[in-house]
Structures are given as C-alpha cells and as structure tokens.
Write a protein that binds this ligand. Sequence first.
Ligand SMILES: [Zn+2]
Length: 142
Amino acid sequence: MCVKLIIELSSHRTHLGAIEQELRKIARVDLHLEPPSTSVGSQPLVFSISDRDAGCGCSWVTDTAAWEKRHWQFKREAIESIADAVDGALKFAKGTASFRAVWLGVDRPSPTEDEVSAKQLISEIRANRIVPSRHYRVVRNA
Ligand SMILES: [Zn+2]
C-alpha cells in the first residue's frame, strides 16, 4: 500500500521552489513533483506532500487505514501538517486547484469529483474526513 496526497495547482513550475520553502516553514513537510495530469489548467503544477524525509503519505495514516473505508484515517499529529500544507499551497494557486489522497496500486476505484471551497477542504482535513475516492476540486465560491 502506498498513499499519496496530491495537490494540483494552475501555477508555474518555477513557483515550486517558493512553495516548497513556504511549506517547509509552516508545515514542515516535503514536496515531491508528480507527473502532470491534464485535469487542471494548461500548466498544472502537480506535487505530493509527505512528512519530512518520507517519500509518500504512508507515515501519516494509521495502521488500520484503508482505501475501502469511508474516510482516510490520518494520525492525529499528521492532520495539522496536512491541513497547513494544503492551505499554504492553495495560496499559490492562480486559478483552479485540486487535492486528493490516493492509493497507489491496483484495484482502486476511479475518483469522483467534488467541488469544495478551500475553507471546506481544510475543515474536512482537520475533521479527518477525507474520502479516499474523492478528487476535491477547489473552487472560489463553492
Ligand atoms: Zn508509501
């Protein structure tokens, strides 16, 4: 099992360094560039976030977490980092943005898309209610 927390922003790749610096400051997380999908804007910046020195999101989920469950079960101590990192990253979005916590591997369900405001998304993260099969599209006035 491998969990990745992926953020897509319609922002330039050249902003990655600035975003990385910001997130290491506010949430002490690492950024990893991911292959772009075509879903956001013309020049989406796609990256995943992880705990410092971890390559993926696995260290942030509990031992009993599974994608079949209704919600991801993030560790209490991870929630604040994730929420702060997503919140911080969204400030760099020039237009559209999205967030998803995906399971890498076989047999995962195709995601359903859901429009949320940045505020709603952050509060879902803080409530530990992120849905494994959901692709959260962040819109300005949802
Ligand atoms: Zn992993």
